[in-house]
Design a protein around this ligand. Structure first.
Ligand SMILES: *Cc1c(COP(=O)(O)O)cnc(C)c1O
Length: 373
């Protein structure tokens, strides 16, 4: 008998036949002899902009570049401060530093794990130029208050929606609230490519024009450079893959939400276990299904013994990362971010996960709390 083994994430053919469609798209590009930008990239950009109900989407090399390009387009640079959540993936913060600005960390909400306007306003100074809410784990941030804050203090609002493609707030898709927004199509994201990929989206024509040039050496017309840009173009092969996946995104997200509901129902009321909470006006597309317990490390080890792999998003909050000691914070500076880092555990959840697999996770968690009293 082979031992039960469930990875934290697996690529499955869900919905059935999607892999074949992706392969066909790849072959088409390979035979088309257009490998950089071109029609396939433009078609994806238009389809993405339509799905996000926003003006312009521009394909770029990855999510990190998308953030950097958004910051550059917004004119963020030396001496500026940018407010970011203290519990985000490091890319958000690194991008601010790459743009030459100073990241200013703010506490997330303990329940939604997202940045709130209240925490952001406490981090405001005269130097604050931009605000980057991150729709963490796949849940849309509460945008009304954040937009109000940005307007009141004349801040550029940049959404990092790398984890939340397809999520919405008050019926409006994430990626359509900020002045200019950034996302990633890293393979395991809800909308994932077969390699690195990302996008910048904006309804502002000037910001779009800047981003379009900046991602391609600062040229609008070949060999005519009006600004000093970089090379961060969305690969044409990835655009073809993403066109296929984008068509299935609603179904992929619905499957994630269905799996999340099974966990939410089966795991309620167990010991000190805290399940993900969704704000009333937000939707959650469960890029990450994050549970919390004081006994996180023990539970993780137990599940691993049962053949179930889990992950921790994120074990070390930004202010305690060695790379960010220069910000001058210490343990205790952001108690909520630290609490989340100490107690969070991400359970396996991916489209195509079977009922047997999910039931094994549920049973193992129930058994842990029953037998490890
Ligand atoms: C994945 C991710 C990014 C960066 O994406 P890459 O494509 O890997 O550069 C940025 N922000 C958040 C919140 C992410 O989860």
């Amino acid at each position: 008998m082979t031992q039960f083994a469930l990875p934290y994430f697996a690529f499955r053919d869900f919905p059935e036949g999607i892999n074949q469609q992706v392969e066909q798209a790849l072959v088409q590009v390979a035979r088309g002899n257009q490998f950089i930008l071109g029609e396939e990239v433009e078609a994806f950009e238009q389809e993405l902009a339509a799905a996000l109900q926003t003006g312009t989407a521009l394909g770029v090399g990855n999510g990190y570049d998308a953030l950097v390009i958004a910051l550059k387009a917004a004119g963020v640079g030396a001496g500026d401060e940018v407010i970011v959540p203290a519990n985000t993936f490091i890319a958000t913060v690194n991008a601010v530093v790459q743009a030459g600005a100073i990241p200013v960390l703010a506490e997330p909400d303990l329940h939604t794990c997202n940045l709130t306007a209240k925490a952001a306003s406490a981090a405001l100074t005269a130097k604050t130029k931009a605000l980057i809410p991150v729709h963490l784990y796949g849940q849309a941030c509460e945008m009304d208050e954040l937009m109000e804050l940005a307007q009141q203090y004349n801040l550029t609002l940049i959404e990092d929606f790398a984890q939340a493609q397809g999520a919405s707030y008050r019926g409006k898709p994430v990626g359509s609230f900020g002045h200019i927004n950034a996302t990633s199509f890293y393979p395991t994201k809800n909308l994932g490519a077969l390699g690195d990929a990302g996008a910048v989206v904006t309804a502002d024509a000037d910001l779009a024009a800047f981003a379009r040039m900046y991602r391609n050496y600062g040229q609008e017309q070949k060999y005519h450079n009006s600004i000093i840009g970089i090379n961060s173009r969305l690969d044409t092969l990835q655009a073809a893959v993403l066109r296929v996946k984008l068509r299935h995104l609603p179904q992929l997200n619905q499957e994630r939400q269905r799996l999340a509901q099974v966990y939410l129902k089966a795991l309620q009321g167990i010991a000190d276990l805290i399940l993900p909470v969704t704000a009333p006006d937000s939707t959650h597309v469960y890029h990450i299904f994050n549970i919390r317990t004081r006994r996180r490390d023990e539970l993780k080890a137990w599940l691993s013994e049962q053949g179930i792999q889990t992950a921790v998003h994120y074990p070390v909050p930004v202010h305690l990362q060695e790379a960010y000691t220069f910000l001058g914070h210490q343990r205790g500076s952001f108690p909520i971010a630290e609490e989340l880092a100490a107690t969070s555990l991400s359970l396996p959840l991916f489209p195509g996960m079977t009922e047997t697999e999910q039931q094994a996770v549920i049973t193992s968690i129930q058994t842990f709390f029953r037998t490890h009293g």
